[in-house]
Design a protein around this ligand. Structure first.
Ligand code: AMP
Ligand code: GLY
Length: 424
């Protein structure tokens, strides 16, 4: 039986642990650092996801057969390179390949060079030059900080004053850190998340999902890491999907090979279905969160085999998906994505199943940011729970998830009730 180490401690990692626990080959799962919900399905070890040396030492000492990396910060810290150098098997891209997410400018230059459809753009280090460019263009305009910012480094000003303020924050006051700014054309249309398992030139698509990036109902408020998701996405046609695979994901994988940094792991295409067809909004170098929590429960293939095929560069098994569909609601701490308090008790009624491999139910709760205090679940992050419903159709999945959400008691959580509004 295989021993697997999952790196990370959010809802995405909970869904990865949950999928691994369905594999008949996997005997023991560790998660570093994990969270309170994950600890019901894996042994959590107190090592930070960016502590590359600590993670490597743990894997060597415990005879780990395969490591799987969740968060981009661990990838950007070079955890895959370090594990491989130590002869350990690991699923995820190298630090060089992770640049496709870590630097917006790198991703945009790559797309420009290889004709991958995306918004027109220009990159600036100088405040005055950036402001001048914005003044010449139209509003709204998209301003992206060129570095990792947990989904919060994108601002879309409607007025020149707002644009000026944002550019000041990003280029003069270094509020996000020292870095460049990508100024981008504003595109319109529904967004969708296209995650693919990638091994160099080989691209294996997952079923589609759609996230809800804004904090409040009606797609209002600031951008977040994501407030809810569902899978599949009926408004995306087979033609859109074919285009996205053949004209976006496959050429991007090939471009990474040509650039000398072949991608291995999950390449996440954040795409927008514009009037001119699908275009890239962003690339991520890992599973999406909360998309993974609605996609992996639908996977009908042993995920250990999939991870192994990529990690070992061996043939990929046929990837099958269940007919059952999913929709999930994120419950987040009041104040998120701004500042928020932690440590509020969460009461999940017994009628709502937790998330256990033996449990077959129509709702699963993935923990995003929880701890256990005095035997009780408490909030410990901005996003706290992702409550996923299953159904024969998205309405049924929606109703099951929402009923479970409404039964969970915690005085400091909020959620969007309109997840799936585009398709219901
Ligand atoms: P990103 O972090 O690049 O995915 O951007 C966060 C969010 O900002 C996206 O999910 C979109 O909703 C929005 N966004 C980013 N780029 C654009 C664009 N060029 N046009 C319109 N909206 C955008
Ligand atoms: N939910 C968006 C992301 O994972 O980047």
């Amino acid at each position: 039986m295989k021993k697997v180490l999952v790196i990370g401690g959010g809802g995405r990692e909970h869904a990865i642990v949950d999928a691994l626990s369905r594999s008949p080959q996997v005997g023991k799962i560790y998660c570093a650092p994990g969270n309170a919900g994950i600890s019901a399905q894996a042994e959590c070890v107190a090592i930070k996801d960016t502590d590359v040396e600590g993670l490597k030492a743990f894997a060597l000492e415990n005879g780990i057969d395969l490591a799987v990396v969740g968060p981009e910060v661990a990838l950007a810290a070079g955890v895959v390179d370090a594990f491989k150098a130590a002869g350990l098997r690991i699923f995820g891209p190298s630090k060089a390949a992770a640049t496709i997410e870590a630097s917006k400018d790198f991703a945009k230059q790559l797309m420009a060079k290889y004709n991958i459809p995306t918004a027109a753009f220009e990159t600036f280090e100088d405040y005055d030059a950036a402001l001048e460019y914005v003044k010449k263009g139209s509003l709204p305009v998209v301003l992206k900080y060129d570095g990792l910012a947990a989904g919060k480094g994108v601002v879309i000003p409607e007025t020149l004053e707002e644009a000026e303020e944002t550019l000041k924050d990003m280029l003069l006051d270094d509020k996000f850190g020292k870095g460049k700014v990508v100024v981008e054309e504003f595109l319109t249309g529904p967004e969708f998340s296209f995650m693919c398992f990638v091994d160099g030139n080989d691209v294996y698509p997952m079923t589609l999902s759609q996230d809800h990036k804004r904090a409040y109902e009606g797609d209002k408020g600031p951008n977040t890491g994501g407030m809810g998701a569902y899978s599949p996405v009926p408004i995306i046609t087979d033609e859109d999907l074919e285009f996205s695979l053949e004209k976006v994901m496959k050429p991007t994988a090939a471009a990474m090979v040509s650039e000398g940094c072949p991608f291995t792991g999950v390449l996440y295409g954040g795409l927008m279905k514009t009037p001119q067809g699908p275009k890239v909004i962003e690339f991520n170098c890992r599973f999406g969160d909360p998309e993974t929590e609605v996609v992996l429960p639908r996977l009908d293939t042993d995920i250990y085999d999939i991870f192994s095929a990529v990690a070992d560069h061996t043939p990929m098994p046929a990837i099958e998906w269940k007919k059952e569909v999913t929709m999930g609601f994120v419950m987040a701490s009041k104040g998120y994505p701004g500042s928020y308090e932690k440590g509020y008790e969460i009461v999940i009624p017994d009628s709502v199943p937790s998330c256990h491999p033996e449990e077959r139910s129509d709702v699963r709760i993935y923990h995003m940011g929880t701890t256990i205090k005095d035997g009780k679940y408490c909030t410990s992050g901005g996003r706290v729970l992702m409550v996923v419903g299953f159904g024969a159709d998205l309405q049924e999945a929606h109703d099951k998830a929402l009923a479970a959400v409404e039964s969970i008691k915690c005085e400091n959580l909020f959620y969007r009730r309109d997840i799936g509004w585009r398709v219901l």
